[in-house]
Ligand binder design. Structure first.
Ligand SMILES: [Fe+2]
Length: 225
C-alpha cells in the first residue's frame, strides 16, 4: 500500500530524535521494548496510523541486539528444517548424511541457547520478520530441492547458509560486546565454532560429493540423493 506522502521527512525526523525520556507502554510493532513516544506522536500525526515495524527506527544498541538474536533464532529454525529435509532424502551419501545429522543435533542446541538469550533480554521468539521470511525461503529451497543433481546443489547451498550463520554470530558477538552483555557474547561464541566447522567440512567435501555424484550418474546409478 502506498501513502500519499513521502516517508523520508518522517524517517529523518525519527532518526534525528534521540529523546528517549518519554515512553509509552510497549511498542506494538513486536520488538517488545518501550516505544519511543516522540516517534509515535510524529508518526501518528503524519500517517494517521500507528507506525509499522519497518518505520520504527531503532537507536538503542540493546534493541538491535535483541532484534538480531530473533533473526538468529529464526535462522536456526530454518536450518533445522533444511537439515532434516536433506538428511531424510539422502540414500547414497552416508558420510554427508552423518555430518548433516550431527549438525542437526548442534542446531537444536543452538536454538535453545539463542532462545535463552532472547528470553533473558525480555524478548519473544515468536516473531517472523521480512529478513527472516527471505531466509526461510532460501532454507526451504535448499532443503526441498528435488533436481537430478540435488545432492550437489544442496551441499553448495548448505555451505552458503553456514556462512550466513557465521556472519550472523560474528556480528552478534560484536553487538553483545558493545552492549556489555557478557552472557550473550559467551553464548554466541559457543555456537560460532560449530557453524565454522560445518562450513569447513562442506567446503572440504564438496569436491568428493561432486565426483561421487558424477561417477554414479555416469554408471547409470541413482545419483541425486
Ligand atoms: Fe546454526
Amino acid at each position: 500500500m502506498r501513502y500519499p506522502i513521502s516517508f523520508s521527512p518522517l524517517l529523518d525526523s525519527l532518526s534525528a530524535s534521540k529523546d528517549h525520556s518519554a515512553f509509552s507502554t510497549e511498542c506494538d510493532v513486536s520488538c517488545h521494548r518501550p516505544r519511543h513516544k516522540d516517534c509515535e506522536i510524529k508518526a501518528t500525526r503524519v500517517l494517521s496510523r500507528p507506525i509499522t515495524r519497518q518505520e520504527h527506527i531503532m537507536t538503542d544498541p540493546a534493541e538491535h541486539l535483541l532484534d538480531w538474536l530473533r533473526d538468529a533464532h529464526a535462522m536456526e529454525q530454518q536450518a533445522e528444517q533444511m537439515l532434516r529435509a536433506q538428511s531424510g532424502r539422502l540414500e547414497h551419501y552416508p558420510e554427508l548424511k552423518a555430518r548433516i545429522d550431527q549438525h542437526l543435533e548442534e542446531t537444536l542446541g543452538q536454538q535453545k541457547i539463542v532462545a535463552e538469550c532472547i528470553e533473558r533480554l525480555g524478548g519473544s521468539t515468536s516473531i517472523v520478520k521480512d529478513l527472516t521470511a527471505k531466509m526461510m525461503a532460501f532454507g526451504q529451497a535448499a532443503g526441498g530441492m528435488t533436481q537430478t543433481d540435488e545432492v550437489v546443489k544442496g551441499a553448495n547451498m548448505s555451505y552458503v547458509f553456514e556462512n550466513l550463520e557465521i556472519a550472523s554470530y560474528t556480528s552478534l558477538i560484536a553487538a553483545a560486546e558493545r552492549c556489555g552483555d557478557a552472557q550473550t557474547k559467551a553464548a554466541c561464541e559457543r555456537i560460532l565454532p560449530q557453524e565454522q566447522a560445518m562450513a569447513q567440512w562442506l567446503l572440504e567435501h564438496i569436491p568428493l560429493i561432486t565426483t561421487q555424484y558424477l561417477d554414479r550418474s555416469a554408471a547409470g546409478q541413482e545419483a541425486k540423493k
